[in-house]
Design a protein around this ligand. Structure first.
Ligand code: 2HG
Ligand code: ZN
Length: 452
């Protein structure tokens, strides 16, 4: 019988089957997806619903135990794994998709619902959720909200923030904040749900969400374009944005495509390599293929192109872009820097980055072109990781970009937050943190820079 009062309290809250202390069992919760971030957990606790989450947070508050909230553990900035000795609060059992309100075009879902599961449920009703990305099978709604995940369809539907109509969450004192009516008009004071979007588990534990839905497009057409330069890719996207149906514009480079083909066995899409590839997709309630073909005909810079309309063919094209993360993971432990820069500065930024990185590490660059969102993946950074992070993020700040576009700040970039946020903004963030979590028990070390 365990006499640790924390274990006793948590066991009373959720039952002993859901308080995990064996390091062999907790291992799956203590290392992140990239294998770059890991630390021992004091224990892992798996509540089943909001009431249990509130009890868990209350017990932790009584015992002064720090908490790391965790969803699908697909985070890429070390924000969802312990640093050493925290309680990992797994939200995965809060996995029900509740009533789909077709009239309001909204759904209420538990924080632990995987994105793909939400998509299946709402698509069955002729609706869709605007946010989508490659980790859809594991990433959970709560984690997506906590990091304000972006993904592939931001150009049409915005980031997760734009798709959240309200939240339920448990702050550090163990109470419950509930704002799930989803009323599109509701000007009754501070937007507490909005404040929690992107707060990375530092202000409260998100338990349920009211999400906005969109009509499900029934027709889709996808094209993979081969181009001579990033400048050409930016021009192509600028032109293609005239299409109302444009939903996705993703880019990758020759070395990334070569790695994906080599590690996955996919055949090369073109007879010869090109410097830059652009994957675009149109989606509508009609068949958008003709308008995509017509728009591509107008693009002088395209050197080669494949267009797909059938689902399987479209997925084959999408795989060249979506498989980058797993391909890179299969050959090493990457240093990942998710950044965004103004589109006008993108091509020059990438050129300067090449001069900075070429001799020190192998770099793979890909991302979401319309938002100027680059995923800089470095292999072989070794003990120069800190120095390279510093150099890349300073280069981002120099063109007035953001040091975190869509993955969050996490532990990985907390010490660089000042490159994207002013001292006044950071002081305001600290004041909010102090008000909602005065003892600093929620996700310590994440988001806010160390110091007073
Ligand atoms: C994507 O766009 C994800 O595929 C992951 O944001 C990016 O692996 C990465 O660096
Ligand atoms: Zn991304």
């Amino acid at each position: 019988m365990d006499t640790d009062p924390l274990v006793t309290g948590l066991t009373a809250a959720v039952g002993d089957a859901h308080v995990l202390t064996d390091p062999q069992v907790t291992a799956a919760y203590t290392t992140d997806f990239t294998r770059r971030f890991s630390g021992p957990a004091r224990l892992v606790v798996r509540p089943a619903d909001t009431a249990e989450v509130a009890r868990v947070v209350g017990v932790c508050a009584e015992e002064g135990a720090s908490i790391v909230p965790q969803g699908g553990n697909t985070g890429l900035v070390g924000g969802g794994v312990p640093r050493g000795g925290e309680v990992v609060l797994s939200l995965r059992r809060l996995a029900s998709v509740e009533r789909i309100d077709a009239t309001a075009m909204q759904v209420t879902a538990g924080a632990g619902v995987p994105l793909a599961e939400l998509q299946r449920s709402v698509r069955a009703e002729g609706l869709d959720f605007g946010v989508d990305f490659a980790a859809r099978d594991s990433a959970t709604i709560g984690g997506m909200i906590a990091t304000n995940a972006g993904g592939e369809r931001v150009l049409r539907y915005g980031t997760t923030r734009a798709n959240v109509a309200g939240l339920e969450a448990v702050p550090a004192d163990g109470g419950v904040l509930e704002r799930l009516t989803g009323l599109p008009k509701d000007n009754t004071g501070y937007d507490l749900s909005g404040l929690l979007v992107g707060s990375e588990g530092t202000l409260a534990v998100i338990t349920r969400a009211r999400l906005r839905l969109v009509p499900r497009p029934t027709g889709r057409a996808t094209a993979l374009l081969a181009l001579g330069s990033l400048d050409d890719a930016v021009s192509a996207v600028t032109e293609l944005r005239a299409l109302d149906s444009l939903e996705l514009a993703e880019f990758f480079l020759a070395d990334g495509l070569e790695l994906v083909c080599r590690t996955s066995g996919l055949p090369a899409p073109f007879p010869r390599p090109y410097p830059v590839y652009l994957l675009v997709e149109c989606a509508a309630r009609h068949d958008p293929a003709d308008e995509l073909y017509a728009a591509l005909d107008e693009l002088a810079c395209v050197e080669d192109a494949v267009v797909a309309v059938d689902r399987a063919d479209r997925h084959r094209l999408t795989a060249y872009r979506e498989r980058h993360t797993e391909a890179i993971n299969s050959v090493g432990v990457p240093l990942k820097l998710d950044v965004s820069v103004p589109l006008t500065a993108l091509a020059g930024f990438v050129e300067d980055l090449g001069s900075l990185l070429d001799s020190v590490a192998t770099s793979y660059l890909f991302g979401h072109l319309a938002e100027g969102n680059l995923h800089v993946n470095l292999l072989g950074a070794g003990d120069r990781a800190e120095e390279l992070t510093d150099a890349v993020l300073r280069q981002v700040a120099a063109v007035r970009g953001s040091i975190s576009a869509e993955h969050g700040v996490g532990r990985a970039k907390a010490r660089w937050l000042e490159l994207s946020r002013s001292p006044t903004e950071i002081a305001a963030m600290r004041a909010v943190k102090q008000a909602l979590d005065p003892r600093g028990l929620l996700n310590p070390g994440v988001l806010l820079p160390p110091g007073s």
